[in-house]
Design a protein around this ligand. Sequence first.
Ligand code: ATP
Ligand code: MG
Length: 288
Amino acid sequence: MNEDCDSPLPPPAAARSDSTAGSDVQCAAPPRAAPAGDGEELIEATGLTKRFGERLILDGVSLRVRSGETVALIGPSGGGKSTLLRCLNGLHGWEQGSVRVGPYRLESTGNVRPNGQAAQQVRRLLGMVFQDFQLFPHLTVLANICEAPRRVLGLSRQEAEERAWTLLDRVGMKERATAYPDVLSGGQKQRVAIARALAMQPRGLLCDEITSALDPELKHEVLEVVQDLRRDGMALVVVTHEMGFARRAADRVVVLADGRLIEDGPPQQVFEQPASPRTRQFLSRVLA
Ligand SMILES: Nc1ncnc2c1ncn2[C@@H]1O[C@H](COP(=O)(O)OP(=O)(O)OP(=O)(O)O)[C@@H](O)[C@H]1O
Ligand SMILES: [Mg+2]
């Protein structure tokens, strides 16, 4: 199927004629006519089951995230956190279950990466930031941020640069606009990576251990930028090993272990009165 959904957003230029071959994602009728606004559910994953080969990685995971909500996704290494994030924005396929982001619904029947227009719209609505920044090394900071808005959204150079300067100001990187990534510190690179994701004006941001490669002071500056995004009403899903951040900054903490979502609640409840013995075991190790 892979047709554009009844969308409130214009289709991106990049979505116009990309092959849908290999795509196993379907765009079903949007469950609500209006785009998700403040406090409305932006992300809804239902019963996601995913395997890599014979191994069951996600075992019926359901997760809902509202606009304006910060969800910390924590859990033991190998538990499926990164895999879940990649399913949420259609970078991985899955065997069972579905993902809805705003009005776009993705269904997948296997491991093929979703590639239809609905998947492209989902990736626009949900930005992603990675542990290793993934900046383009041959482009300046400014050009890194302008690249996707120009290429995918069709912005003029001037429009893209105006947007980029505003975002660089926001993440405190205006002075380094002409620098190349290799001369930046890790924290600076990560702030540029966040600005680059925001340049697509997503409604949500998926952050996968974005401070893991940074020393404590730089972690702090990046996490401050993330916290600041809450005032935009964005939906944030933050995979983190920073328990202090999860406790302090998240509205909800979700624990994923062995492919199952075993805990979902306010930070105080999850950290002080976890329902699952597995959560208790995990927390006792990471907080020791
Ligand atoms: N592309 C892949 N092919 C095969 N197996 C994979 C692939 N990506 C992840 N896995 C496996 O899926 C499981 C979950 O991995 P995932 O990266 O989602 O865990 P995680 O919770 O993010 O762990 P960490 O905290 O260490 O980052 C692991 O056993 C991993 O080896
Ligand atoms: Mg991971």
